[in-house]
Design a protein around this ligand. Sequence first.
Ligand SMILES: C[S@@+](CC[C@H](N)C(=O)[O-])C[C@H]1O[C@@H](n2cnc3c(N)ncnc32)[C@H](O)[C@@H]1O
Length: 251
Amino acid sequence: MAEMGHEFLARIGKTKLRPGGIEATDWILKKADIKPDSKVLEVACNMGTTLIHIANKYGCDIIGVDLDENALEKAREKIKENGLEEKIKVMKADAFKLPFEDASFDVVINEAMLTMLLGDKKEQALKEYYRVLKPGGVVVTQDVVLITDSTEHARELRIGLSRAINANVEPLIDKEWQSCFEKAGFRTEQKTGPMTLMSVSGMFKDEGIAGALTVIKNGLKEENKEFFQRMRSFMLDNKKELGYICFLGKK
Ligand SMILES: C[S@@+](CC[C@H](N)C(=O)[O-])C[C@H]1O[C@@H](n2cnc3c(N)ncnc32)[C@H](O)[C@@H]1O
């Protein structure tokens, strides 16, 4: 199967594979109000970047799940390098069938995954998060939002983004996103901002100077250049219509 945008970015050295980067992650973590004894689950943890950040910052235990065994292997290595094996557990699991009892967690984090789900799958995943959350628990997310009033333009943007990142994705406008959370039973707060995934300033903010330079250098290598420029051009050409949206959903 052809490499998808997030797999490509991870291969060239990017560690944060999400539309609003660290700015959006900071907002959702502040809203999640994690305590050292909170029970926290990250769905779509990929290489464990957010898991490690949370365990270091809040001192809580945390479980990460993802479907991508290669990304989980990378996560295990990084967790070991950071000496956090006691705090962080990762396992292969599907967001739609989480291997946990009802009402097990205070917080569920899910960054840049719902955008990848089509049709009513977003709502289905959110219902599964609702199930594993304790009463009063919260889900926090960041995803791609479309900024347009035109249904036709929204459709073109979905097709264009899917082509640019080599994955069939379905970002929504803000009201549609909100409706998914409400249908799953959540009361919501939200925040939006610019999509910074591929902008130079976003890369510097998310990856640091050395990290951003590595990503750019690798992205411009002959074998990577076409994909790198295609993603970057689409996101920059449509920067007024593409943003990030974060949700806090309360059970
Ligand atoms: C764009 S990446 C985001 C990774 C990470 N959350 C971040 O923000 O850097 C999307 C991730 O979702 C994972 N994923 C997609 N569908 C999934 C599912 N049904 N269950 C669990 N993980 C899934 C992919 O394997 C991938 O790691």
